[in-house]
Design a protein around this ligand. Structure first.
Ligand SMILES: [Zn+2]
Ligand SMILES: [Zn+2]
Length: 147
Protein backbone atom coordinates (compact mmCIF):
# COMPACT_ATOMS: atom_id res chain seq x y z
CA UNK A 1 0.00 0.00 0.00
CA UNK A 2 1.33 3.43 -0.79
CA UNK A 3 1.31 6.23 1.70
CA UNK A 4 0.72 3.79 4.51
CA UNK A 5 -0.55 5.36 7.70
CA UNK A 6 0.64 4.31 11.14
CA UNK A 7 -1.64 4.88 14.08
CA UNK A 8 -0.39 4.93 17.65
CA UNK A 9 -2.19 4.54 20.93
CA UNK A 10 -1.77 3.89 24.61
CA UNK A 11 -3.56 3.33 27.86
CA UNK A 12 -4.26 6.35 30.04
CA UNK A 13 -1.09 6.06 32.15
CA UNK A 14 1.15 5.34 29.16
CA UNK A 15 2.43 2.02 30.52
CA UNK A 16 1.06 0.22 27.47
CA UNK A 17 1.76 1.60 24.03
CA UNK A 18 1.04 0.26 20.57
CA UNK A 19 1.22 0.99 16.88
CA UNK A 20 -0.80 -0.29 13.97
CA UNK A 21 0.40 0.08 10.40
CA UNK A 22 -1.83 0.46 7.39
CA UNK A 23 -5.57 0.13 7.26
CA UNK A 24 -7.41 -2.23 9.60
CA UNK A 25 -9.09 -5.40 8.41
CA UNK A 26 -12.40 -4.14 9.74
CA UNK A 27 -13.97 -1.58 12.02
CA UNK A 28 -17.06 -2.31 14.05
CA UNK A 29 -19.35 -1.35 16.88
CA UNK A 30 -20.64 -3.80 19.43
CA UNK A 31 -23.52 -3.38 21.83
CA UNK A 32 -23.25 -6.81 23.45
CA UNK A 33 -23.32 -7.37 27.18
CA UNK A 34 -19.64 -8.25 27.42
CA UNK A 35 -18.54 -5.15 25.53
CA UNK A 36 -20.76 -2.94 27.63
CA UNK A 37 -19.59 -4.48 30.89
CA UNK A 38 -15.89 -4.49 30.10
CA UNK A 39 -15.86 -0.99 28.65
CA UNK A 40 -18.31 0.46 31.14
CA UNK A 41 -19.71 2.35 28.18
CA UNK A 42 -22.86 2.02 26.12
CA UNK A 43 -21.04 0.27 23.29
CA UNK A 44 -17.60 -0.71 22.12
CA UNK A 45 -15.99 0.75 18.99
CA UNK A 46 -12.97 -1.12 17.73
CA UNK A 47 -10.71 -1.78 14.78
CA UNK A 48 -8.95 -5.04 13.98
CA UNK A 49 -5.48 -5.27 12.46
CA UNK A 50 -3.53 -8.31 11.33
CA UNK A 51 -0.90 -9.15 13.94
CA UNK A 52 1.94 -8.60 11.49
CA UNK A 53 0.93 -4.94 11.20
CA UNK A 54 0.80 -4.45 14.93
CA UNK A 55 3.33 -3.82 17.73
CA UNK A 56 2.82 -3.28 21.42
CA UNK A 57 4.94 -2.72 24.53
CA UNK A 58 4.11 -2.81 28.22
CA UNK A 59 2.54 -5.18 30.67
CA UNK A 60 -1.07 -6.16 30.14
CA UNK A 61 -3.64 -8.26 31.92
CA UNK A 62 -6.43 -10.10 30.18
CA UNK A 63 -9.86 -11.37 31.04
CA UNK A 64 -11.31 -13.57 28.33
CA UNK A 65 -10.83 -11.77 25.05
CA UNK A 66 -10.33 -8.35 26.65
CA UNK A 67 -7.06 -6.87 27.79
CA UNK A 68 -6.37 -3.96 30.08
CA UNK A 69 -3.55 -2.09 31.75
CA UNK A 70 -3.04 -3.44 35.28
CA UNK A 71 -2.00 0.02 36.47
CA UNK A 72 -4.68 2.36 35.14
CA UNK A 73 -7.36 -0.12 34.07
CA UNK A 74 -7.67 1.22 30.52
CA UNK A 75 -8.68 -1.21 27.82
CA UNK A 76 -5.70 -2.02 25.61
CA UNK A 77 -5.52 -4.09 22.43
CA UNK A 78 -6.43 -7.72 22.71
CA UNK A 79 -3.91 -9.91 20.92
CA UNK A 80 -5.53 -12.90 19.29
CA UNK A 81 -3.94 -15.69 17.29
CA UNK A 82 -3.52 -13.63 14.15
CA UNK A 83 -5.30 -10.35 14.86
CA UNK A 84 -5.15 -7.46 17.28
CA UNK A 85 -8.40 -5.82 18.35
CA UNK A 86 -7.93 -2.16 19.21
CA UNK A 87 -10.46 -0.10 21.09
CA UNK A 88 -10.76 3.04 19.00
CA UNK A 89 -10.73 5.27 22.06
CA UNK A 90 -7.23 4.09 22.97
CA UNK A 91 -5.77 5.64 19.81
CA UNK A 92 -3.86 8.88 20.34
CA UNK A 93 -5.54 11.08 17.77
CA UNK A 94 -9.22 11.95 17.91
CA UNK A 95 -11.24 11.92 15.91
CA UNK A 96 -9.58 8.95 14.26
CA UNK A 97 -8.89 9.48 10.62
CA UNK A 98 -10.59 7.03 8.32
CA UNK A 99 -11.82 4.55 10.90
CA UNK A 100 -15.53 4.28 10.23
CA UNK A 101 -17.45 1.23 11.46
CA UNK A 102 -18.87 -0.86 8.66
CA UNK A 103 -20.93 -3.11 10.91
CA UNK A 104 -22.75 -3.14 14.23
CA UNK A 105 -23.25 -6.16 16.45
CA UNK A 106 -25.97 -7.02 18.97
CA UNK A 107 -28.19 -4.21 17.72
CA UNK A 108 -31.05 -5.28 19.97
CA UNK A 109 -29.00 -4.04 22.89
CA UNK A 110 -28.30 -0.64 21.34
CA UNK A 111 -29.38 2.25 23.52
CA UNK A 112 -32.63 3.82 22.32
CA UNK A 113 -30.94 7.22 22.01
CA UNK A 114 -28.42 5.87 19.51
CA UNK A 115 -29.15 5.57 15.79
CA UNK A 116 -28.02 2.74 13.57
CA UNK A 117 -25.09 3.91 11.47
CA UNK A 118 -26.67 4.39 8.04
CA UNK A 119 -23.84 2.77 6.08
CA UNK A 120 -23.11 -0.04 8.51
CA UNK A 121 -24.24 -3.63 8.20
CA UNK A 122 -26.49 -4.51 11.13
CA UNK A 123 -26.24 -7.81 12.97
CA UNK A 124 -28.69 -8.96 15.57
CA UNK A 125 -25.98 -10.97 17.28
CA UNK A 126 -22.39 -11.75 16.35
CA UNK A 127 -20.92 -11.04 12.97
CA UNK A 128 -21.73 -13.49 10.23
CA UNK A 129 -18.85 -13.72 7.83
CA UNK A 130 -19.98 -14.21 4.29
CA UNK A 131 -18.39 -12.18 1.56
CA UNK A 132 -16.05 -10.47 3.99
CA UNK A 133 -12.31 -10.51 3.46
CA UNK A 134 -11.93 -10.83 7.20
CA UNK A 135 -11.26 -14.08 8.98
CA UNK A 136 -13.94 -16.67 9.48
CA UNK A 137 -13.72 -16.49 13.21
CA UNK A 138 -17.27 -16.68 14.41
CA UNK A 139 -18.56 -18.26 17.51
CA UNK A 140 -22.03 -18.29 18.97
CA UNK A 141 -20.65 -17.60 22.38
CA UNK A 142 -20.12 -13.86 22.95
CA UNK A 143 -17.36 -14.44 25.51
CA UNK A 144 -15.40 -16.57 23.10
CA UNK A 145 -15.90 -14.56 20.01
CA UNK A 146 -13.37 -12.50 18.20
CA UNK A 147 -14.99 -9.25 17.23
ZN1 LIG B 1 -2.05 2.25 31.97
ZN1 LIG C 1 -19.43 -7.15 22.03
Amino acid sequence: MSNEITRSGSCLCGGVRFQAAGEPLRVGLCHCKDCRKTSGSAFHAYAVWPLNAFETTGIISSYGTRSFCPTCGSRVPFIGEDEAEVTIGSLDIAPTEGLVPTYELWTGRRESWLQALPEAQQFEHDRIVGDSTAGADISREPQQRSA
